[in-house]
Write a protein that binds this ligand. Sequence first.
Ligand SMILES: Cc1cc2nc3c(=O)[nH]c(=O)nc-3n(C[C@H](O)[C@H](O)[C@H](O)COP(=O)(O)O)c2cc1C
Length: 196
Amino acid sequence: MRVFLGITGGSGAPYAARLLSAPAGAGCDVGVCASAAGIQVLATELYGDASLPRDEVLARFTEGAGDAATLYDPTDYGSPYASGSARVGGYVICPSSMATVGTIASGGEANLIHRAANVALKEDRKLVLVPRETPLSTIHLENLLRVRRAGAVVLFAAPGFYHGAERVGQLVDFIVGRCLDQLGVENTLVPEWGVS
Ligand SMILES: Cc1cc2nc3c(=O)[nH]c(=O)nc-3n(C[C@H](O)[C@H](O)[C@H](O)COP(=O)(O)O)c2cc1C
């Protein structure tokens, strides 16, 4: 299964890292595209150095995924994710900045991430957006309603604590597992509540 992972400049880089490793481990081909702000957040939150160059950040980010990850530049409209003619199983944008949510809501396409999202919506394919912002303005809320009405799944980066998480990684897995469930990627990251 081919999956698109768009990484934009919202906080939550550990979610993105897990969203690469888990589907890659499940045999998916993951197309990865990060915005400039997405690179800044990966560099800051995963590697502790906001000034790391783009290539270095992406090399570190994908090093464990091997052949499962393919990198795309944000201006690469020759990528399969720029057209509905390429068969893609699902699209996830994580983290999704509110700026990217707003652009998708408006139908704008300033980079491959926006384009992939708009392709998913026009083709009636699964698009999962993982925003992280707080508090939310009325503009944010209206944009979220707009993308939801257009068919996107809005899966806020708001992990539940009811599974008794003791480590940050378990909270990360909570969100990533829910994303993978939406995309139809087999996983056991989140125990099913009430199922023993
Ligand atoms: C370290 C860092 C953390 C940020 N966190 C958020 C966030 O949680 N949510 C958000 O909507 N924007 C956040 N921003 C601001 C966005 O990155 C900014 O709006 C940017 O223009 C988004 O562009 P993009 O959507 O093309 O990645 C953050 C920026 C930085 C540098």
